[in-house]
Every structure is written in C-alpha cells, then in structure tokens.
Design a protein around this ligand. Structure first.
Ligand SMILES: Cc1cc2nc3c(=O)[nH]c(=O)nc-3n(C[C@H](O)[C@H](O)[C@H](O)COP(=O)(O)OP(=O)(O)OC[C@H]3O[C@@H](n4cnc5c(N)ncnc54)[C@H](O)[C@@H]3O)c2cc1C
Length: 252
C-alpha cells in the first residue's frame, strides 16, 4: 500500500449536491438552488462540474457556472435545456427538490471578477452565457460597488431573457449599471431595443472606450464569443483585458 497517498484538493473531490429549490427562469431555463455540505465558497465567474450516473453505471459530466454571488450564502446553477441534451434535460427538466447529484468545484481562476479589480466592467453575453456574468453583477451589487458597468445581452426573444426582472432592478438602482438587450428572432410589438445579432457597430456603441481600459468578459455560444472578442480587439481593446468563456457544444 502506498502510504504517500495525498488527498486531491477539495475542489477536485466529488461531493453530493442536494436540490433544495427550483426556480423557472424562462420556458427552457431553470435555476437549481443547491445545498452542499462544507461548500468552500467561490468567486464570481467560476464554475462547477456536475456528474450524473445512470442506474447501469453510465456517467455524463458537464460544466455549469455558479449563478449566485460569492458570500450570498446561496449556491445556484442556472441551466438551459438543450434539445436531446443528455445532462441539461435532467437538470432543467426532470430534476426535483430532494434529488441529489455529484458535483465538484469551484473551478477556474481566469474568468473571474471582483470589485477589487480596476477599470469599468463590460459584459457581453448570449443565452445562458449570462450566468457567470450575472454572478459578477450580483457580486457588484452585494459589495455596493460603483464601478461603471455595461451588460450587452443577446437573447432570441423577450421570453428567453434570463433574469430579466432582476436585471431591470439592478439597472435602476443608481449604481452605474447599463443593460442593453438585443433580440435575434422575435421582437414584441413596440420593442425599442436592438434587434439583431451582436456586431461591430453594436459593440462600438455600447462598450467603454479603449482609453479607459475596461475589463471585458464575454460568454455564450462559441461563434458569438469569437466574433465579439475579435470585434473588441478591432476597436482597440487590449487582448489581455478581454476574457472569454465558450459554452458549447460540449462534444461529449
Ligand atoms: C465552463 C462552462 C460553463 C458552463 N455553464 C453553463 C451554464 O451556466 N448554464 C448552461 O445551461 N450551460 C452551461 N455550459 C454548457 C454545459 O456544460 C453543457 O454543454 C450543456 O448543458 C449541454 O449539455 P447536454 O449534456 O445537455 O447536451 P449534449 O448531450 O452534450 O448535447 C446535446 C446537443 O446540443 C449541442 N450542444 C451541446 N452543448 C451546447 C451548448 N452549450 N449550446 C448549444 N448547443 C450545444 C450538442 O452538439 C448536441 O447536438 C457551460 C459550459 C462550460 C464549458
């Protein structure tokens, strides 16, 4: 027997997460409120790995961002149900209060924000890519930060906007947050917001000037992330101020 065995760090150990609440965010998106014994805390932008095991032993593992603000005492994931999605169809569909699954984390030290960082905050999100960005906005609000912030958020339709009411509240609290929505598929009558995919002109109109060195976080489907990052670099933003996270497809 090897007496030199060293236990893996806490964040790499699988632990049991119990669902204590379920919140319907949109027709295809749910937030799961979780209870994990001795959760070590997390930073805004980090994610966890979730592992599901079928009765026959088959396992599937995916990553999910932490939606809740660090220090809020809450542990929440927000999951979009994808057609035929192996893991998301359970988490955003069949999962019930009292169910348990395996989870490990928090993971990631790159795509993270805290109020201690300098520079205005420019967030670009598409679909469920809003989740880690929302953790950052919740952290900003919880810390009473006045860091100027803008969120540019692309959704298919108004019904698909995740956290819509909370975003409206945060944008109206006088702390210096601007939220710009763009809808790509269906616009309600009288919609006065943007009505196309995020493009260079939209980035130029909404982003802070490169001269003020904003911290930029972009998250969502791979094509959105890549084109927004390229556009912002073309507008003169330094590559090292632009952080990206691609949500899929997973290829697993
Ligand atoms: C760091 C990280 C954080 C993430 N955080 C979140 C989160 O907070 N909320 C969330 O809902 N998802 C998040 N994702 C995506 C998530 O990990 C899964 O990829 C997603 O839930 C699909 O898994 P699935 O098993 O349901 O689908 P699969 O069975 O893997 O795939 C089903 C079908 O959907 C396609 N597909 C797979 N993933 C995506 C995708 N993301 N977008 C579009 N099509 C896809 C596949 O090509 C396939 O056709 C995150 C991904 C990463 C890498």
């Amino acid at each position: 027997m090897n007496n030199n065995f060293v236990a893996p760090p806490r964040r790499l150990q699988w632990v049991t997460a119990r669902i204590t609440g379920v919140i319907d965010e949109t027709p295809r998106v749910r937030t799961l409120v979780l209870d994990v014994t001795d959760w070590p805390g997390h930073k805004a932008g980090q994610h966890v790995d979730v592992r599901l095991t079928a009765e026959d032993g088959y396992q599937a593992q995916r990553s999910y961002s932490l939606a809740s603000a660090p220090g809020s005492g809450k542990l929440e994931l927000t999951v979009e149900m994808l057609p035929d999605g192996e893991v998301s169809s359970y988490l955003a569909g069949d999962a019930r209060v009292g169910d348990t699954f395996e989870m490990r984390g928090p993971i990631g030290g790159y795509f993270v924000w805290s109020e201690a960082l300098d520079g205005p905050l420019f967030l670009v999100g598409g679909g469920s890519g809003i989740v880690p960005l929302m953790a950052m906005l919740r952290q900003r609000a919880a810390s009473a930060s006045r860091t100027p912030a803008t969120l540019l958020y692309s959704s298919r339709s108004i019904a698909d906007i995740i956290y819509r009411a909370e975003l409206e509240r945060l944008a109206a609290d006088g702390s210096g947050l601007t939220v710009v929505h763009t809808l790509t598929r269906e616009m309600p009558a009288g919609w006065s917001g943007e009505r196309r995919r995020i493009d260079l002109a939209m980035l130029e109109q909404t982003a802070f000037a490169p001269a003020v060195s904003p911290r930029i976080f972009i998250c969502g489907p791979t094509p959105l992330v890549e084109s927004a990052a390229r556009g912002l670099r073309d507008l003169g933003h330094a590559a090292q101020r632009i952080k990206t996270e691609r949500f899929g497809p997973s290829g697993k």
